[in-house]
Design a protein around this ligand. Sequence first.
Ligand SMILES: [Zn+2]
Length: 127
Amino acid sequence: MSHPSFESQLDAYLDGELAAVDARELEVHVAQCRECMEFRDRRLALRAAIKARVPTFQASDVLRARVRATVRKAPRVRPWRSLAIAASLAVVALGTWQLAARRSAGGGGGAPHRRAVIGSAYREAMV
Ligand SMILES: [Zn+2]
C-alpha cells in the first residue's frame, strides 16, 4: 500500500467504513510505516479536538415532529409500477402479433404476409 492510498482511505478506516480486507492491509502498513503512523496520529488528534470543541445540538420536539410529518407525507417510490407497465406493454405487443399472425394464416396467400409480420417483429426486437 502506498502512502497516498493510505491517506485517501484513512477517514473511511477511522469511521469503520472500510472493507475488512482493506482495513487489515491498512493496519499492516501503518504498523510498518512511521510516516503513515504519524499521519494517523495527527488525524486522530484532529478528530478528538473537533469532537471536544464543536458543540452538538439536540433537535427540539417540535422540529422532530415536523420532520416526521414531512417524511410521512412524502410520496413513496414504487419501482414495481414501471415494471407492471412494461409487462402490460409486452402482453399487448404479443397479443397484437399473434392476432396478426392468425389473420394472415386464415386469409388466402397468408404465408408471405405472415413472414413479413414475423420479420417485422424480429427486426423490432433486434433494434
Ligand atoms: Zn506509509
